[in-house]
Design a protein around this ligand. Structure first.
Ligand code: ADP
Ligand code: MG
Length: 245
């Protein structure tokens, strides 16, 4: 057989393509002797419909990775394709639009607006994106999350667990390509932590949602399908847990 030069395979497109394809992503902070390399030439694919946990010690680059993948932070080098769109080099307006339409966020503090009802909080991303409300989808999410009879309540009238469920419902309402959660269980007691993890799990298993969660807790990470561990801005290990569930 003669060895022929092979053309590089075309990047996959369509639903079979990963939700995120990150290549050679490097992010440094500062200059000169004070330069910190938060991400060092990271290559990472995030499969659609999977629950991926990003682990690692404090300072290993977890938040920087999440923020760059979500278009909240810029990179120095490398390429990030999110849902088929190259996001490095997009201007602020385009990034804002992409985040509103194709990304859902679950923040550690959950950030519900206190003067809006649970339903209004959940619908806020659609309003910001100027999109119509799909009542059937809203009904599907809120009934799966046990919120049907809480929709007119203000956040102050909800339990801690219900607040988290509203926050996760809000992240799902636009059917985003990816839901990102940065330490979503960081401030929670063990019961509420378990609730949040099971609702993120449900989002993946029932709705096929792609979820990327940063955590420094091994127990939380083990609820995911895959654990990517960072150390000093590089991927130190990449574990597939799917066969174990
Ligand atoms: P983790 O989320 O794993 O704790 P980070 O992504 O927050 O890690 O930080 C990775 C590294 O980058 C750390 O050394 C941190 O000090 C540094 N870093 C993060 N953000 C900034 C910033 N805005 N300015 C300077 N250094 C930063
Ligand atoms: Mg962090």
């Amino acid at each position: 057989m003669t060895a022929e030069p092979q053309a590089a395979p075309a990047a996959p497109t369509g639903d079979a393509a990963p939700a995120i394809v990150a290549r050679n992503v490097t992010r440094t902070y500062g200059t000169g002797a004070g330069t910190v390399t938060a991400l060092d030439a990271v290559d990472l694919d995030i499969a659609r419909g999977a629950f991926t946990a990003i682990m690692g010690p404090s300072g290993s680059g977890k938040s920087t990775l999440l923020h760059t993948l979500a278009g909240l932070d810029v990179v120095d080098h490398g390429s990030i394709r999110l849902d088929g769109t190259e996001i490095t080099g997009l201007n602020d307006d385009a990034l804002t639009k992409l985040r509103r339409e194709r990304i859902g966020f679950v923040f550690q503090s959950f950030n519900l607006l206190p003067m809006l009802s649970a339903e209004q909080n959940i619908l806020l991303p659609l309003e910001l994106a100027g999109k119509r409300v799909d009542r059937a989808w809203l009904e599907t999410i809120t009934s799966a999350f046990g919120l049907t009879d809480r929709l007119s309540h203000l956040p102050s009238q909800l339990s801690g667990g219900q607040v988290q469920r509203v926050a996760i419902s809000r992240a799902l309402v636009t059917s985003p390509a990816v839901v990102f959660a940065d330490e979503p269980t960081g401030n929670l007691d063990s019961h509420t932590t378990e609730e949040v993890l099971s609702f993120l799990r449900l989002s993946v298993d029932e709705f096929g949602q792609t979820v990327v969660m940063v955590t420094h807790e091994r127990d939380a990470a083990e609820r995911a399908d895959r654990i990517v561990t960072l150390a000093d801005g590089r991927i130190a290990s990449d574990e597939n847990l799917r066969g174990q569930r």
